[in-house]
Design a protein around this ligand. Sequence first.
Ligand SMILES: CC(C)(COP(=O)(O)OP(=O)(O)OC[C@H]1O[C@@H](n2cnc3c(N)ncnc32)[C@H](O)[C@@H]1OP(=O)(O)O)[C@@H](O)C(=O)NCCC(=O)NCCS
Length: 171
Amino acid sequence: MVNLSLLDRSETNSFYQVFSQIMQEGYDNFSPKLIQHFLNKDYSINVVNLWIERNFRRVMLAKDEGVIVGFLVGDYTYGGVGFISWVGVIPAYRNRGIGRLLYQNYERFAQEKKAHLIELFTYEKKKHFYEQLGFYEIGRREEGFYGHQNIIMNKKIGEWNDANLQLSNIY
Ligand SMILES: CC(C)(COP(=O)(O)OP(=O)(O)OC[C@H]1O[C@@H](n2cnc3c(N)ncnc32)[C@H](O)[C@@H]1OP(=O)(O)O)[C@@H](O)C(=O)NCCC(=O)NCCS
């Protein structure tokens, strides 16, 4: 039985191991050099700890019997837009709806924050996964971040309203 829970400071090492495992697969054919850069620099364990200590990122975990099997890293919304940066489910647990569950949880959170839009970047192989969740492509960069193709996808989840200004940026 898979449950979702927010990443706690005491679990960052376990999360980092799962994140590393999925990162090693390469996501969008990341080169070994880029993977090492991500794991040792941009997304090192120190960075993950900072995310949690300072509320820079919201990390939702999917756990089976307390063992982490998936995650979704998103922000706390800004200007009514929620941004999802990383989603991963370990290979043995794929195609069981865990990715969808993680996404639906983030969408509910973003709605609570009065967000009207969710954005993410993906690549060709995963585009259909997000289309099934209601995302549509709004454009693409052929050589975007780190020289990779960024398919920019959005999902409208509400209406922007100036009355929500106070709420949208409070962590
Ligand atoms: C993308 C990723 C997170 C999806 O996670 P997941 O848990 O497999 O996602 P889901 O199970 O919700 O959906 C995946 C597929 O399983 C299907 N599915 C969902 N529940 C199912 C079930 N109970 N039985 C059979 N199939 C099911 C979905 O319809 C979907 O079909 P698709 O192959 O046409 O997309 C996962 O493949 C992954 O970690 N990939 C590597 C990292 C990556 O590329 N992340 C995305 C970066 S943008």
